[in-house]
Design a protein around this ligand. Structure first.
Ligand code: KIV
Length: 259
């Protein structure tokens, strides 16, 4: 048995930071899990980093299921959570139950994430939680709303900050086991983190969240473009390009294979 959602709540109470990263395939999932990452998120950002789309909107539930099953096969310890993609849960509660149910039944992951903290999203989280499906919320910058909100920082006015705080509280009260805070001011993230009994997982939300998440392609320097708050710990695009060029040159010069 791997990590549980209850363990994450205990870590929040103990002040032990939670580490989360995204994955979209078996190989990276194995590496992240062996490195001790706590939450592996099959984020719908895979639409951009693995499938070449401009936004997260086009990725389908079937595509998410395909990637989530591959990730799950690579993981022994981490809690694996899969994003519900755009329009797989917003039409009705029964659509959300059907989509989240497929994710758990067909991939073996332990939870789903959905975006937004408006009343319909909160009701969806409550219903999914009631039937035993662990749900992670996501407020602040919600990339599925890019055509309405853009990719800019959210919660910068008093009214907007209050709205995001109330949304996070409502998601927690509805039964979410954690909530992602994306691209909001540090002081707002600190306030939300102090008020919620469940862990906050920040991305572009400062250092006072209970945990941090990054898109693994950004962390590894694989992304073509990345948000201002992301940090690359290595430039894999350059390393891979050099290896490919070295191979290519050796083949063309008759140096590989040696015999
Ligand atoms: O899709 C994703 O990768 C995400 C993270 C940015 C939290 O939702």
């Amino acid at each position: 048995m791997g990590l549980t959602t209850q363990q994450l709540i205990t870590w929040k109470q103990q002040g032990r930071p939670i580490v989360a990263l995204t994955a979209w395939d078996y190989g990276f999932a194995q590496l992240l899990d062996a490195a001790g990452i706590d939450i592996i998120l099959v984020g719908d950002s895979l639409a951009m980093v693995a499938l070449g789309y401009e936004t997260t909107l086009p990725v389908t539930l079937d595509e998410m299921l395909y990637h989530a099953a591959a990730v799950r096969r690579g993981v022994k310890r981490a809690l694996v959570v899969c994003d519900l993609p755009f329009l797989s849960y917003q039409e009705s509660i029964s659509q959300a139950i059907h989509a989240a149910g497929r994710v758990l039944k067909e991939t073996g992951v332990q939870g789903v994430k959905l975006e937004g903290g408006h009343p319909a999203a909160v009701e969806t989280v409550a219903r999914l939680s009631d039937i035993g499906i662990p749900v992670m919320g996501h407020v602040g910058l919600t990339p599925q709303s890019v055509h309405r909100l853009g990719y800019r920082q959210q919660g910068t006015t008093e009214a907007d900050a209050e709205r995001i705080l109330s949304e996070a509280i409502a998601l927690s009260e509805a039964g979410a086991f954690a909530v992602v805070l994306e691209h909001i001011p540090t002081n707002l993230a600190r306030m939300i983190t102090a008020k919620l009994p469940i862990p906050t997982i920040g991305i572009g939300a400062g250092s006072d969240c209970d945990g941090q998440v990054l898109v693994t392609a950004d962390l590894l320097g694989l992304s073509e473009k990345q948000p201002p708050f992301a940090k690359s710990y290595v430039n894999l695009r350059d390393i891979v390009t050099k290896a490919v060029n070295d191979f290519s040159q050796e083949v063309r010069e008759g140096k590989f294979p040696e015999t």
